[in-house]
Ligand binder design. Structure first.
Ligand SMILES: Cc1cc2nc3c(=O)[nH]c(=O)nc-3n(C[C@H](O)[C@H](O)[C@H](O)COP(=O)(O)O)c2cc1C
Length: 192
């Protein structure tokens, strides 16, 4: 994850290709509930002016994040899943009866897969990227962008060229220094 970007724009064709690769991610029943609000240039202020207004911006821990020339706000439509699973080939699952029937909300699983595909695609284009939570006030940001109530919020993907000098001078954050769990830490062989 990269939290400091150069202001250089990313070619629209690259942004489109990254999102297109995200749409190739698997989805339950091929429900494909992903929606992306793309903000470039001055459009990014629709998010930043609400989450970091005025003096709050000066104290922000990651000023280089605000430089990111592309923000992709990811949403997913749970109703697309419910409707898909109400179709004849899936009706036997009962998942077409409503969101509450889904013990695992696969719309978020699938959105995570799509986001990961986009992170990998960004890496392949030698871009930096950060997946982060839609900042507060989330409701204000959603309504400013006209996001329908039915959509579930997934997160934001910031994209751009890495500002390596700034990254080096700031050092990594606390999360990035946590040791990684490996296969032996996560596998429960045969039984938990
Ligand atoms: C679901 C999710 C939410 C995250 N939210 C934030 C966030 O709100 N702000 C942030 O700075 N980083 C966020 N991150 C990035 C993680 O902090 C980052 O992946 C972690 O520090 C490990 O760094 P690495 O991915 O470069 O190994 C998020 C990552 C994921 C997967």
């Amino acid at each position: 994850m990269c939290r400091s970007f150069l202001p250089d724009p990313v070619a629209p064709s690259i942004i489109r290709e990254i999102v297109d690769l995200g749409t190739r991610a698997p989805s339950a029943g091929r429900s494909q509930g992903l929606h992306v609000v793309q903000l470039t240039g001055d459009e990014r202020e629709q998010m930043w002016s609400r989450s970091l207004p005025g003096d709050r911006r000066e104290g922000f821990a990651f000023p280089g994040l605000i430089e990111a020339p592309v923000l992709l706000l990811l949403f997913v439509d749970p109703d697309a899943y419910v409707e898909r699973y109400a179709e004849s080939d899936k009706a036997h699952t009962g998942l077409g009866n409503g969101r509450v029937e889904w013990r695992t909300p696969f719309w978020f699983v699938d959105a995570g897969m799509a986001a990961m595909s986009m992170l990998l695609a960004a890496q392949a284009y030698e871009l930096g990227a950060l997946f982060f939570a839609v900042p507060q006030p989330e409701d204000d940001i959603r309504s400013a962008l006209g996001v329908p109530e039915s959509q579930a919020t997934v997160g934001v993907l910031a994209l751009g060229y890495r500002n390596d000098d700034d990254i080096q001078s700031r050092g990594v954050g606390r999360s990035a220094t946590r040791p990684r769990r490996g296969a032996d830490d996560v596998i429960h062989r045969g039984h938990w």
